[in-house]
Design a protein around this ligand. Structure first.
Ligand SMILES: Nc1ncnc2c1ncn2[C@@H]1O[C@H](COP(=O)(O)OP(=O)(O)OP(=O)(O)O)[C@@H](O)[C@H]1O
Length: 608
């Protein structure tokens, strides 16, 4: 063996890139292991490929990557039996490529402060070793016949030493001499958890402490035709242990115009609070990158679980660039389309099954319709609405259903809805008595969904059942005759106003059916929506949140009790009865509280 020893200078333009990189990557030091293990995996796959195309004729052996550590010696070693490097190749690939990559990075970002968003998931490759090591050693033996092993040592400065070395087998050992401030990594559990986080699905077996930590052929890399439902459910369990089973899933597989594979699962989501407990994981060639997939997956699909693997997603660029990236945009619309198609297929092939799942997937669908125009176009055909009688309709079916009875005198279809079947029961009953149907719209998203529907579906209005008296909610133009004269009505109005003595409660006297209650309390639809929106942070609606809520008290001019009130001999008695009627109406809406409620109860038990 001719004994070489050479020291040299890595030619880069920026002196001391190390401290800058260390600063940038401060929060993300652990990725050194991801980078080095990925390099080892790449080297293993390269030798496999060379062998398969006949360019390497030696023994391939069992390809694997070993990670080990020595607490005493303060080293972490990543070994592979991949393609290996000659001394010349080390000079070329490590001194030039790895260092120039790092230099380029620093050049690009050194002026941008320590914005963590910039660094994002930049793969600094080999150089990231210097985030945790004071000295890095490479011992490598190329796969080429008769190749001599070489050792390279560098402390992160631009100076390196290269030597010939002893190494029996083909491949590369990267030995990290861990720096004092990074000794936390010389720990079994820490290393294991990092390996599991990033390397769980790497395509070459990764061995740590004599155990393989990864599944080299995860489900998404297989063909859907080979897989059973059980395979998908087991994989879900592998990804998210101890979670409830998903409802269904989509296997993604594209190779043009971008590369993307993956499996997206629809979890059971009953309410908004459950959202995003588990996240979609993003991989690039089976290397875990992140579970912050915000810009890659359309926002409304963030509710899904599963994995996406794409080498075409740029991982080394800033967030704003990612949003503008055309591949990312295409991926976004591809996923949206796939999801819409899957839902449509489920709806068409198994309507009862779809209806059953709707409680869980309705949220996705409505979110999607609100936030994505293209999704809306598809989903409007399979989005369902549910009545208080627990019947489910598509939007078209429902329009048909209410056409005859719920069209008002101006030709507007009025959709009645309730946000709380318990609380609004009296109003629901009145509507049903008239033969109307009432929709259940009780999740937070429904308020937005309703707004969207009104703007999309022509000639429809959505009104909450308690927004007015039923005849006014759907004004068919047929006026009920009032038994009272105008003077009597005015007198009744005055009595109630005087009794209530509250500007926030506006009294009116209307001819309603004698079967209806003598008085009802309602909230104007528009004002209520504004106030609701300001509560959930709707833009610019703040002022409505600060305004006291106004209620309408509608007195039923045709109710026998109101007739009785008019005939009462004294003002005192009239006021007492009016008070009782108004309090009952308030009570039924949970609006009678505190001292008013106490007084009401006292009055009632003593026969008022
Ligand atoms: N374990 C290894 N075996 C063989 N060659 C390696 C090994 N590690 C690194 N190399 C060589 O060194 C080069 C530079 O590595 P580095 O990780 O810096 O960049 P990269 O892998 O090309 O890109 P990335 O920044 O995405 O990691 C690699 O392209 C490869 O040729």
């Amino acid at each position: 063996m001719n004994n070489m020893k050479e020291t040299g200078n890595i030619s880069i333009h920026t002196e001391n890139i190390f401290p800058i990189i260390k600063k940038f990557l401060y929060s993300d030091h652990e990725i050194f292991l991801r980078e080095l293990v990925s390099n080892a995996v790449d080297a293993s796959q390269k030798i496999k490929r060379l062998s398969s195309i006949g360019e390497f004729n030696g023994e391939l052996g069992e390809l694997k990557v070993k990670v080990s550590f020595d607490k005493e010696a303060k080293t972490i070693t990543i070994s592979d039996n991949g393609i290996g490097m000659t001394a010349e190749e080390i000079k070329k690939y490590i001194n030039q490529i790895a260092f120039s990559g790092a230099t380029e990075f620093v050049e690009k970002y050194k002026d941008k402060g320590d914005d963590k968003g910039i660094i994002g998931h930049f793969g600094l490759g080999f150089y990231s070793a210097f985030m945790v090591a004071s000295e890095v050693e490479i011992i490598s033996k190329s796969h080429q016949e008769g190749a001599e092993a070489a050792q390279w040592i560098c402390d992160g400065s631009t100076e390196y030493t290269i030597n010939s070395a002893e190494k029996a087998d083909r491949g590369t050992d990267i030995i990290l001499h861990i720096a004092e401030d990074s000794e936390e990594f010389l720990d079994e559990f820490r290393l294991k958890s990092i390996l599991e986080k990033y390397g769980k699905f790497l395509p070459i077996p990764i061995e740590f402490q004599e155990k393989t930590i990864n599944n080299p052929s995860p489900l998404w890399t297989k063909s859907p035709s080979e897989l059973t439902d059980e395979d998908y459910l087991n994989f879900y369990e592998e990804l998210y242990p101890f979670q409830e089973k998903p409802l269904f899933w989509i296997h993604l597989n594209v190779d043009y115009p971008f590369n993307l594979t993956g499996i997206l699962y629809f979890p059971k989501v009953k309410n908004e609070f459950q959202l995003q407990r588990e996240k979609i994981q993003l991989y690039s060639r089976q290397v875990f990158i992140t579970d912050e997939v915000k810009d890659i997956v359309p926002e409304f699909l963030m509710l899904l679980h599963g994995v996406i693997d794409s080498p075409d997603i740029p991982l080394n660029v800033s967030r704003s660039f990612l949003q503008a990236d055309s591949n990312v945009k295409k991926i976004n619309s591809y996923i949206t389309k796939k999801v819409a198609d899957k839902l449509q297929e489920l709806f068409k092939s198994d309507r009862p099954g779809f209806e059953e799942k709707f409680a869980n997937i309705g949220l996705f669908i409505k979110y999607g319709m609100i936030s994505d125009e293209k999704f809306f176009e598809k989903a409007k055909d399979f989005c369902l609405v549910e009545t208080t009688a627990n019947k489910l309709y598509t939007l078209d079916e429902y329009a048909e259903e209410v056409q005859a009875l719920q069209t008002d005198k101006d030709g507007q279809k009025v959709y009645l809805y309730t946000t709380d079947v318990q609380q609004q029961d009296a109003f629901i009953q009145s509507a049903i008595q008239k033969g109307y149907s009432v929709l259940k719209m009780d999740s937070m998203i429904d308020a937005h969904f309703i707004n969207q529907m009104e703007s999309k579906i022509e000639k429809t209005q959505w009104k909450r059942v308690d927004a007015d008296s039923i005849d006014k909610l759907i004004d068919t133009g047929i006026q009920l005759e009032a038994i009272l004269t105008d003077d009597q009505k005015n007198a009744v109005k005055a009595i109630f106003e005087e009794t209530l003595n509250d500007k926030q409660k506006q009294v009116s006297v209307e001819a309603m059916s004698p079967d209806e209650l003598p008085a009802i309390v309602t909230q104007n639809e528009f004002m209520r929506r504004m106030s609701d929106m300001s509560k959930t942070g709707g833009g610019g609606m703040g002022m409505f949140g600060n305004m006291p809520m106004t209620y309408q008290i509608t007195i039923n001019a045709n109710h026998p009790l109101i007739n009785k009130l008019i005939d009462l001999p004294s003002d005192e008695e009239k006021k007492n009865l009016a008070k009782q009627i108004a309090d009952l109406a308030l009570l039924s809406q949970n609006l009678l509280t505190g001292a008013d409620l106490t007084a009401f109860i006292k009055r009632t038990v003593s026969g008022f």
